[in-house]
Design a protein around this ligand. Structure first.
Ligand code: MG
Length: 122
């Protein structure tokens, strides 16, 4: 999927690296890493990414609040929520807000690629 921009909103730089490793060999441009939701929303405005990977647990502004803010800005925004073990209780809340794809950390590169492609194919 050449030319598609992906923004990573996650307080772990390891996740940013893992997303880059999974997607860049497939032609995606992983544009930046926002370490919390507040910066994530600012970076959304700056980069206008096609896809966002969104962490749940972050300082300042968590994944649920961030998803709400992004969807309020852009109802068609494509978000994959990256959850750790124990975050599943938040999935129904995230679904109600409009998040459609979820992936459990640690993820396999192909698993992420598949979810990204599926979101872009909608
Ligand atoms: Mg986190």
């Amino acid at each position: 999927m050449a030319g598609y921009k992906v923004l990573v909103i996650d307080d772990s730089p390891f996740i940013f690296k893992a997303v880059k490793r999974a997607l860049e060999p497939n032609g995606f441009e992983v544009v930046d890493n926002a370490p919390n939701g507040k910066i994530g929303v600012e970076m959304y405005d700056k980069y206008q990414p096609d896809v966002i990977t969104l962490d749940v647990t972050m300082p300042i502004m968590d994944g649920i609040e961030t998803a709400k803010a992004l969807i309020a800005r852009a109802p068609d925004v494509k978000i994959i929520m990256l959850s750790a073990m124990g975050d599943e209780s938040l999935h129904s809340q995230a679904r109600e807000i409009g998040v459609k794809q979820f992936i459990r950390k640690p993820f396999k590169p192909d698993e992420l690629l598949e979810k990204v492609n599926s979101l872009l194919g909608e």
